[in-house]
Write a protein that binds this ligand. Structure first.
Ligand SMILES: [Zn+2]
Length: 480
């Protein structure tokens, strides 16, 4: 793997400046889910220049695309994301809170790097195929709206990933590790009630309150909690509380639910129970109910065979090569964090990976020396990702590399700031190199791909389970 890492690392280093510029460009665009037009174009232009053929607007999503190089088997794909988050604009590299220009959205989850890191891997594998005579197909999937919209679910449902023998992706993190955790399946459902308005004091008997319906539904769901599986998670937010006047019976109200469970089949089942409670609330209040499925995603099933390749790739490449300035800047960011939080984080590493590892991590504000060992955790992580849907279509493995200071909160303006400077970009190149190594290794070893496929069939049943009904379309204009 060491030799492979040198060759592929060389291909990526050759493009270092262009890759940094592309990531910085997407960082500046900061486009939110399904609106990533300029970001997708920038990625496509780069891939076109590198000789990839492009199919745009896949799965009925204008900002989704597939880039392809080569032909036939084996077929390996990289997943790229590029959506930003509202309210997280921040100047690049600035540890003091300051919005970037007049922008509202920012890359507070580092998806600018995510898209470009995966692109770096795809281009490096292409270079390897071209120069070393490796046969097969390398794909790059432009996957929009990871944060809110489940782009990959719609792409999986449309069969976009069907040709793949394996998929690799990564996510910006504070650590260098291969993801051995599974993640919860999740279904988003909007429950919208319609009642009858009236004077709340004058003719209350004529009113039918949509707000009452929402409240009764929530009470019902809160009783359901005692009778659902431990690892399931159900949470809600009011999208419409019926207006601000107490003396008007609310004739409209809506509550938005996320229904999560360790397995997609469990989430589908639990969602039906929540639907029934919603119907009960409509019956009690004599209101009309509309149930709108907004999106959904499968649980993530890490493929052990491909994850092991990814670990070997990461170990061969090594931790990101940060500079002293990077470390100094990361330390400045850390000054703004709660020291107890950082301490707790280091302690967590100690419990999971041993005291020596924790001590090593504590030496630097960036994880620039340590590569965490691969651990497959039997406990499901309490978050969700639409990479899960790809893991139900083909063997899939996911990597993390250090792109921000230890102790940085997810979805934060500090994370936006570090995603727009050298710290994030350096980690991004490491991810690209490690994924490229794993992919080439997989393409060279049909036995590993066979093993990965058998494992995939065993762990998922071998066919995609869509978490949402067939008529649900992507909410390109957001959930309303
Ligand atoms: Zn993310």
């Amino acid at each position: 793997m060491k030799q492979l890492a040198e060759i592929l690392g060389g291909y990526i280093e050759k493009n270092r400046e262009r890759l940094f510029a592309l990531s910085q460009q997407i960082w500046e665009y900061a486009e939110v889910g399904f609106q990533e037009y300029r970001s997708a174009e920038a990625l496509k232009d780069f891939l076109k220049e590198e000789g990839f053929s492009i199919e745009s607007g896949v799965a009925g999503i204008p900002t989704a695309f597939v880039a392809k190089y080569g032909q036939g088997k084996p077929a390996i794909g990289f997943l790229g994301e590029y959506d930003a988050l509202y309210d997280l604009s921040q100047e690049p590299g600035n540890p003091e809170r300051k919005y970037f220009k007049d922008q509202n959205a920012g890359h507070g989850c580092g998806h600018n790097e995510l898209g470009v890191g995966s692109l770096a891997a795809a281009v490096a594998v292409k270079d390897y195929m071209k120069e070393q005579g490796l046969a097969g197909t390398v794909y790059y999937f432009g996957c929009p709206a990871e944060e809110d919209g489940s782009g990959k679910m719609f792409m999986a449902r449309a069969g976009v990933f069907d040709e793949l023998d394996g998929a690799f992706t990564w996510h910006p993190e504070e650590k260098n590790a291969v993801d051995g955790n599974s993640w919860l399946a999740c279904i988003g459902v909007l429950y919208r009630y319609k009642g009858r308005a009236t004077h709340a004091a004058g003719q209350p008997h004529l009113g039918r309150s949509a707000l009452d319906a929402c409240e009764l539904m929530n009470v019902g769901v809160n009783y359901l909690r005692e009778h659902m599986i431990q690892d399931a998670r159900v949470h809600y937010a009011y999208r419409d509380a019926g207006g601000g006047a107490p003396n008007v019976v609310q004739d409209h109200a809506a509550v938005y639910y996320f229904i999560r469970a360790p397995k997609v089949a469990q989430a589908i089942e639990l969602r039906e129970r929540v639907d029934n409670i919603a119907r009960g609330a409509a019956l009690m209040t004599e209101t009309q109910l509309e149930i709108v499925t907004t999106d959904g995603l499968c649980d993530f099933v890490p493929n052990h065979a491909l994850s092991e390749l990814l670990q070997q790739g990461l170990e061969a490449v090594g931790a990101p090569n940060f500079t002293d300035e990077d470390r100094a800047l990361a330390a400045q960011f850390q000054k703004g964090f709660d020291p107890a939080e950082i301490e707790a984080q280091i302690k967590w590493y100690g419990e999971k990976y041993g005291e020596e590892t924790a001590r090593e991590i504590a030496k630097s504000p960036l994880m620039d020396k340590v590569i965490l060992p691969l651990q497959f955790n039997p406990i499901v992580s309490p978050g969700s990702t639409d990479v899960g849907d790809v893991s139900y279509v083909c063997p899939t493995a996911q990597l993390f590399t250090c792109t921000f200071a230890i102790g940085t909160a997810g979805h934060s303006w500090q994370l936006t700031a570090m995603s727009g400077c050298n710290i994030g970009h350096e980690g991004m190149l490491t991810a690209g190199k490690a994924m490229a190594c794993a992919a080439v290794k997989a393409m060279q070893n049909p036995d590993v791909l066979q093993k990965a496929r058998e494992e995939y069939v065993k762990t998922t049943g071998g066919s995609y389970i869509c978490p949402v009904p067939a008529d649900v379309a992507p909410m390109l204009d957001g959930v309303k």
